[in-house]
Design a protein around this ligand. Sequence first.
Ligand code: KIV
Length: 301
Amino acid sequence: MSVTNFPSGASPALTGLPIAKVTMPALTEMKRQAKPISALTAYDYSSSRLVDEAGIDLILVGDSLAMVVLGHENTLAVTVDEMLHHTRAVRRAVRRALVVADMPFGSYTTIATALANAIRFVKESGAEAVKIEGPRVDLVRALVEAEIPVIGHLGLTPQSLHRMGGYRVQARTAESVHQLQAQAHALAEAGAGAIVLEGVPREVAAAITAELSVPTIGIGAGPECDGQILVFHDLLNLTFAPAAKFVRRYADAGALIRSAIEHYREDVEHRAFPSDEESYHLPESARHALDEMPSAVLRKA
Ligand code: KIV
């Protein structure tokens, strides 16, 4: 058992932040006001609740969960049902941040399947927007027409791993820079509410950011993007691999958790846990009554 309910809906106030809900239009307004957008992935109730209470503007239930939560080698294996399961948990935790669900590989190959799956994310998990990878301009238009806010994702798109031949920084030639710029403009014109730029040179992301009226959210794309996103487990060192160049580890939760668990194991092995204070006791009357019974077998504690 664990207590997880919001104490009368007050949790974000713990940080002193206003509770005003972040919406898709609010992201555009933040760009207009030159207010940086903070974004982070999260995949379950407790971590999302912490992320939300810390005042992060956008929570992405990323398909990176395939790797950091489910232990797959890449993001390709995660299914719509698995993503829905995690998005529901996140949705239950979040009061303020915009909750965005990542459409997994294979879930938007045609406009019809994309619409059906995106509607599931909105209806069944409470996602407020979906994210799709690649320059899928017609698809973005169709989703927006169906009233589903969309975030695009360009540059290094992990679902294109096999086509790219590995995770490589994109847009490194003049031609590919122009191509990326054109894709970003096309997605914005089709109605994408924001565009994640991943693994692209800083100069390229800065130029795209300056040209677009919708916000860019960078990951490995330099500081000029309108916002930044990281993977929760990267930020906290909960991965089991060296960090990519763009990752900053803000804490070593891996070391903290490992040491706490080792301490617990030692306490169990030495019978130092639980203590008498951490144990329940019989009421005095019941103890006496049991003592009086000839068949009493209670051991004196
Ligand atoms: O799945 C993911 O984590 C992402 C990123 C943009 C961080 O797509």
